[in-house]
Design a protein around this ligand. Structure first.
Ligand code: S3P
Length: 424
């Protein structure tokens, strides 16, 4: 894909369904009794990998253009998979499903693409093993492929060193099958979609400060799940709308769960004008976001806000590169464990475009305001890198070329069409 500076950016869009919530709706629907109906499901490669895994374990899933129907078989209804389970590029599928597989009365092997085979799995191997699970990395490098021999599990109280919803959710899902109560304490709160949705399905999950408690063996019942638009996908148009001179973008039906809305707080602290319209606070909160061109300035981003914007840091880097003054990002070492090493990749490519950016162990320092010029970007199997540089190209002289641009289908299959429509 080749991009050039646009003349304008204007219009309305609806971003695809939330990736985290779509994954969970398929998983919990499969473990529930009766039918779960999901609307606005993200038809992205990651969530399709989750569907594929549960189909291989005997769950009938109908995927039609307007809804997904999951014919759940209850907590103990999964069957021995017909094949190795392939989670593709999806860390969420790999880690969450491991918590379920650890408790099944059969063995499974989980594998994925070249990116997944480099991502750290010790973070789930350790707590699941403490619960009694037999889970190992086939190549002994703490990465996928993983071999899991399911069996009886114990409830534990796990104190996680990292704020990770994938780790927390893997333990909570294993906790559904444990012989007692399971608790997870995190250093700061990570996204809480599992807690909200498990309770809707009939589980008993409570949260106090940074500790989540789950009781075992609930009967889960099929639900109607309305997936809100993904704030992580909206983030690219929030950034573009704030930065392109004269821009005005209305993004409809965006999920604004407070454990996910750090990008909105950061945008506002940088001087961005975003108006919330049609706010709906029931269940997973949503709003329409009106984003208007603003002059942005650098800020410091650190501490407990980091987990609430972790997936948005690449596009926040682009905002910082175009803002006036210095932006400092700290406590974001988790960026090194994503689909790519997002600290190194952002520093490499933003520097190549002319930005003054320095990587640190746990973040980056960006001196905004340098003129940017077009380059060629290989997104390294990372959808968010591809989309961040498509947006950066809007502010660069000359052409920006993105190779392997199809990687955006992981979370936002129509991303380039939406960007083209708003800029033409
Ligand atoms: C996710 C949690 C986050 C996030 C990922 C989706 C989830 O990962 O980066 O894109 O759906 O639970 P971590 O749990 O590793 O922080």
């Amino acid at each position: 894909m080749i991009f050039q500076r646009p003349k304008h950016l204007k219009g309305e869009l609806t971003v695809p369904g939330d990736k985290s919530i779509s994954h969970r709706a398929v998983m919990f629907g499969s473990l529930a009794e009766g039918t779960t109906e999901i609307s606005n499901f993200l038809q992205g490669a990651d969530c399709l990998s989750t569907i594929d895994c549960f189909r291989k374990m005997g769950i009938e899933i109908e995927n039609t253009p307007d809804r997904i129907l999951i014919h759940g078989k209850g907590l103990h209804g999964l069957s021995v998979p017909s094949d190795v389970l392939d989670t593709g590029n999806s860390g969420t599928t790999t880690r969450l499903i491991s918590g379920i597989l650890a408790a099944q009365p059969f063995e499974t092997t989980l594998t994925g693409d070249a990116s997944i085979k480099k991502r750290p799995m010790r973070r789930i191997i350790e707590p699941l093993s403490m619960m009694g699970a037999d889970i190992s990395s086939v190549n002994g490098n703490d990465c996928a492929p993983l071999h899991i021999v399911g069996g009886p599990l114990h409830g534990i109280h796990y104190h996680s060193k990292i704020a990770s919803a994938q780790v927390k959710s893997a333990i909570l899902l294993a906790g559904l099958y444990a012989d007692g109560v399971t608790k997870v304490t995190e250093p700061t709160v990570s996204r809480n979609h599992s807690e909200i949705m498990l309770n809707c399905f009939g589980a008993s999950v409570s949260t106090e400060d940074t500790t989540v408690t789950i009781y075992p063996e609930p009967v889960l019942h099929g639900q109607k799940v309305m997936v809100p638009g993904d704030i992580s996908s909206a983030a690219y148009f929030i950034a573009a709308g704030l930065l392109v001179p004269g821009a005005e973008v209305l993004i409809r039906n965006v999920g604004i769960n407070p454990t996910r809305d750090g990008i909105l707080k950061v945008a506002e602290a940088m001087g961005g004008k975003i108006t919330y319209l049609n706010v709906n606070q029931s269940g997973e909160p949503t709003a329409d976001l009106l984003v208007e061109h603003s002059v942005l300035h650098g800020i410091t981003i650190e501490g407990e806000i980091i987990p609430t914007l972790i997936d948005e840091l690449p596009i926040i880097n682009v905002m910082a590169a175009c803002a006036e003054g210095t932006t400092i990002i700290r406590n974001a070492e988790e960026l090194r464990a994503k689909e790519s090493n997002r600290i190194d990749v952002m520093v490499d490519y933003l520097s190549a475009m002319g930005c003054n950016i320095t990587g640190t162990n746990d973040g980056m320092i960006i001196e905004g305001g340098n003129p940017l010029h077009g380059i060629t970007v290989d997104p390294r199997l990372d959808h968010r890198i591809a989309m961040s540089f498509a947006v950066a190209s809007l502010f660069a002289d000359g052409e920006t070329k993105i190779t392997d641009s199809d990687i955006v289908t992981v979370s936002y299959p129509n991303f380039y069409e939406d960007l083209y429509r708003l800029t033409h």
